[in-house]
Design a binder for this molecule. Structure first.
Ligand code: TYD
Ligand code: MG
Length: 471
């Protein structure tokens, strides 16, 4: 490849190709190569290695030393602080990804208004004009909170503004796809530009000690556009998710150098911006289909707190040679496993049926503890008999159909009791555990077949599915 000539960079994985191709060799994505002019690289080659200076001996230090935990800048927005691990750390960089229109700009404007009470705060937008931001701030009722705004996309200009002793303590950049560094010829939004821009801003944040919050758009595959390297460069990566048509928004940490990554923050979008939801269970169960077959309430744990959600399933005779299995909010492979266990150990038959599974409210459940709830929903859908309305279900299922204990069962039961549930189908409690807990009677389930026998789910399961098919 001629030095300095064009190169082709995959916009999804960042792999560099000397020639254009329809498919990236690195990640297999189609149509993802874009022409970019490489950044000036320092000269390399055999001559250089001979001239290279000898390295100096590093000063090594002991791992044991007295260090104070970094001071945190709390926003006072409880759901946001929870996800960041108790507040923002000075000099750290956060990236917030999410679909267009999900509410990233709204969230960060509210966060900067909250931070402005503590430190000077600057909101830089490359996407919206100043008046647009002002109008939004008026609608959110935060126009007078002292946030400074600027409409800019040139990293040089932004850096010059921030690189002063009197610079702000927190900076929002919306979004990294609009940023550009002057010396580079590639267009804004390309891998080269995004990488160079983000790198420069992060260096500055570390040097000046301000908190850097950046917005990143996601591709249709749901990853933050640009190469994964941006996610590697920042300290914290948060995703803002939600379903269109649902007012709930979930902020989830996928990487956090200063806290746990399994915490979620729940918000509700209304006409005055994002409101915190401190009791997500009540919200997720608000329009629950009562007395309907195929539904079941799962007592889950998200991060440090229990969350109750409804799991719904539908079983319908299939019109295809290969029946459909569609899952929203849970893992498809785990659904296949639970179905296989129900078929092999409990005699349910799904071979001629399409199976749909949905976690209501747009939440994504990743705990294996949901296995038993999924099994209960499937068994109830197969038999047409609703699960008891006042019952919650949790437990992990093994391949032989045994139900295993899961962590934090007391917290799950307490949350269920708080919301008015009176019984729980759950794994056997460890010796010494009370049979009743916070007003909830636990029905101990050692094997999935017990659950089906107790709820009457499986008795007619085989016949119902079969009848629908052949009847
Ligand atoms: P926005 O923050 O612009 O999304 P993003 O930056 O992620 O693209 O949010 C836009 C959506 O939020 C828009 O469809 C309207 C809705 N919205 C409200 O419902 N209420 C509000 O108070 C605001 C500011 C936005
Ligand atoms: Mg926006």
């Amino acid at each position: 490849m001629a030095r300095g000539g064009p190169q082709y960079v995959c916009q999804s994985c960042g792999a560099v190709h000397p020639k254009w191709a329809g498919r990236c060799d690195g990640c297999g994505a189609w149509n993802s190569l874009a022409e970019e002019v490489p950044a000036e690289a320092p000269p390399q080659g055999p001559g250089l290695s001979q001239r290279r200076r000898r390295g100096r001996v590093l000063e090594v230090a002991s791992l044991a030393a007295d260090v104070a935990p970094p001071p945190r800048l709390a926003t006072g927005i409880g759901e946001f602080d929870r996800v960041t691990g108790g507040g923002l750390v000075a000099g750290s960089a956060l990236l917030i990804g999410g679909d267009p229109g999900i509410g990233k700009s709204t969230l960060l404007l509210q966060v900067s208004a909250a931070l402005a009470a503590e430190v000077p705060c600057l909101y830089v937008s490359g996407e919206e004009a100043l008046d647009q931001i002002r109008l939004r701030a008026i609608r959110l009722g935060i126009a007078s909170h002292g946030v400074q705004v600027a409409a800019a996309a040139s990293v040089g200009d932004i850096a010059a503004t921030l690189d002063r002793a009197t610079g702000p303590g927190a900076v929002v950049v919306d979004s990294i796809q609009t940023l550009y560094v002057d010396g580079l010829e590639s267009a804004p939004g390309t891998v080269t530009q995004v990488r160079a821009s983000v790198q420069e801003l992060i260096h500055l944040a570390k040097r000046r000690g301000f908190v850097l919050l950046m917005v990143g758009h996601v591709t249709k595959e749901g990853m933050i556009a640009g190469p994964r390297v941006v996610e590697h460069m920042v300290d914290t990566v948060l995703y803002f998710e939600g379903e269109r048509g649902h007012p709930f928004r979930i902020l989830r940490a996928v990487k956090n150098r200063f806290g746990a990554t399994d915490e979620i923050g729940v918000f509700q979008m209304n006409d005055r911006g994002l409101a915190e939801v401190s009791n997500p269970s009540a919200l997720f169960l608000a329009d629950r289909g009562r007395d309907a077959s195929g539904c079941c309430v799962f007592a889950g744990i998200e991060g440090s707190r229990p969350v109750l959600v409804e799991i719904q399933s539908l079983i319908a005779p299939t019109a295809f040679a290969t029946p459909r299995r569609a899952v929203v909010g849970w893992d498809g492979a785990r659904l296949a496993m639970v179905m296989a266990v129900l078929e092999a150990r409990c005699g349910l038959a799904f071979a001629n049926a399409d199976v749909y599974l949905n976690v209501a409210g747009g939440l994504k459940v990743s705990e294996p503890a949901a296995d038993l709830a999924v099994a209960a929903a499937l068994a109830s859908a197969a038999s047409g008999r609703p699960m008891p309305e006042d019952a919650v279900v949790f437990g992990e299922i093994g391949l032989s159909g045994e139900v295993r204990a899961v962590a934090r069962d007391e917290a799950r039961l307490k949350e269920a009791a708080k919301l008015g549930f009176t019984q729980a189908f759950a794994p056997a409690r460890r010796p010494g555990g009370a049979a009743r807990m916070g007003g909830i009677a636990t029905v101990e389930i050692a094997h999935v077949a017990d659950l089906i026998a107790r709820t009457g789910g499986g008795a007619t399961g085989k016949r119902t599915v079969g009848r629908a098919r052949y009847g």
